[in-house]
Write a protein that binds this ligand. Structure first.
Ligand SMILES: Cc1cc2nc3c(=O)[nH]c(=O)nc-3n(C[C@H](O)[C@H](O)[C@H](O)COP(=O)(O)OP(=O)(O)OC[C@H]3O[C@@H](n4cnc5c(N)ncnc54)[C@H](O)[C@@H]3O)c2cc1C
Length: 412
């Protein structure tokens, strides 16, 4: 029995006494069909391209197109605009499932989905008409926030965009942009002339091919297909019609749209990567048989205990993931601002990014030297390691959680 993506042989369960894992334990009730579809896409479209994307640092464009063709190009939007209409829980189910097959494609899709949602919430109708139809056909959006000057404090940008004619002249250095040079459009977080510490952000949308935009190579330990390299914007003219919302007031959307979606989506990624690694380890442990003992690797109790510990750890993150996602959907239905739900989201991201390190290490250990060879299990470990260093980093989140616990303001 493999958790979350293998059909369980019910006859075997009955005759051989094999425990069946209840569906509700791995999938929020009502989302089974969506989860099954996501696994089908993962197996048929993402997995076959994952190794080559990793080995050659190749951007997973075809995988992203296939995801869009399956109807998930603007997943979190309302159904009448081409979205799935299954809220943030549906988004989490998709991301967790996709990540079991190709972490790079999933991370690009999560960033793209967060960018599209930000465009929908902060943008106007004209912008929706201009961007969303193409997104449904597979065009990709990206988020250019983090800057070298302020690192993981990605909300504290120092770049500038003075007014110029009927628009702005954007000058920004960005340290990491997932889909850099590959996305069709970018939401660039910058300041506006009257920015203050409390109201700093302005969001400008640029095309990939505008003069003055340069992207630099990304060569990293994992998520190697992501193209998450630096970008420079030099005197890039952005017309006012490409500003999302007003000049100020965008910190609100950062806390109420972007952070919740991005942290939920990435946490789903780390959980999915952990499950993918464990599935690979279980498969290998069952197949590898030692001729001298006549036992499979899975036949050793110590190995079974390690598998059990890893699965319990993953399920702790998965339980948090779906409890958080359902809580957020409930908050949206009740009209509660999502910034009031940040505490559980911070915990979720920190936990998922911690456990993926632990579980992928366990999966590699259980897989022995085979796990260490370039290939599936070590790839999960490399991919998953990004979670804790991606902003807000686990150090920052633990600080915010800790401050909240002792009743002091979390944000400096
Ligand atoms: C694969 C990948 C994809 C990414 N994609 C994007 C993207 O699409 N868009 C985007 O805008 N950004 C993206 N980022 C950037 C990411 O969100 C972080 O901003 C970045 O990883 C931080 O790295 P840094 O070197 O600037 O860290 P630094 O800020 O230099 O941090 C170094 C260390 O100091 C710690 N630290 C920093 N500040 C504090 C503090 N206040 N308290 C305690 N400890 C602290 C950190 O936790 C870390 O351990 C991506 C990063 C990666 C790795």
């Amino acid at each position: 029995m493999t958790v979350n993506n293998t059909t369980i042989d019910k006859a075997k369960v009955a005759t051989e006494g094999i425990m069946q894992i209840p569906t509700w334990w791995t999938c929020p009730p009502g989302y089974e069909e969506l989860q099954a579809k996501a696994h089908e896409i993962g197996k048929n479209e993402l997995l076959p391209r994952a190794a080559i994307s990793d080995q050659e640092s190749r951007y997973p464009r075809e995988s992203l197109t296939k995801i869009a063709e399956a109807g998930f190009g603007a997943a979190t939007l309302p159904a009448e605009l081409g979205g799935v209409g299954r809220g943030l829980t549906g988004f989490a189910v998709l991301a967790e499932s996709f990540a079991q097959y190709c972490a790079s494609a999933t991370m690009c899709w999560v960033m793209h989905t967060a960018a599209t949602q930000l465009m929908y919430v902060a943008g106007n109708e004209e912008q929706h008409k201009r961007f969303i139809p193409d997104v449904l056909k597979g065009k990709v959006g990206a988020l250019a926030f983090s800057e070298p000057a302020t690192g993981s404090h990605f909300w504290n940008v120092v770049s500038t965009a003075p007014r110029s004619g009927n628009g702005y002249l954007l000058n920004a250095d960005k340290s990491f942009v997932t889909s850099a040079g590959e996305a069709d459009w970018y939401i660039v977080a910058t300041t506006y002339p009257e920015s203050t510490n409390d109201d700093k952000l302005m969001f400008l949308v640029t095309d990939n091919n505008q003069d003055g935009i340069t992207q630099y190579p990304y060569n990293a330990m994992g998520l190697r297909g992501n193209s998450s390299g630096p970008m420079k914007f030099r005197d890039v003219y952005v017309p006012a019609e490409n500003r999302l919302g007003t000049e100020g007031g965008m910190n609100f959307h950062n806390d109420n749209t972007l952070d919740p979606l991005f942290l939920l989506g990435t946490a789903a990624c780390w959980t999915g990567i952990a499950q993918g690694a464990l599935n690979a380890a279980i498969d290998g442990a069952k197949k590898k048989v030692h001729a001298d003992t006549g036992k499979s690797v899975a036949g050793y109790q110590v190995i079974r205990h390690e598998l059990a510990k890893a699965q319990i750890t993953i399920d702790s993150a998965r339980s948090m993931l779906y409890r958080t996602a359902e809580g957020l959907d409930q908050a949206i239905a009740n009209g509660t601002p999502l910034e009031e739900c940040l505490f559980p989201i911070w915990q979720l991201k920190t936990h998922a990014a911690d456990i993926v390190i632990q579980v992928t290490n366990q999966a590699l250990q259980v897989s022995g030297g085979r796990g260490y060879l370039t290939g599936q299990v070590e790839k999960f470990l490399r991919d998953g390691r990004a979670g804790a260093v991606m902003g807000p980093t686990n150090e920052i989140l633990r600080e915010w959680i800790g401050k909240s616990l002792i009743d002091v303001p979390w944000f400096e």
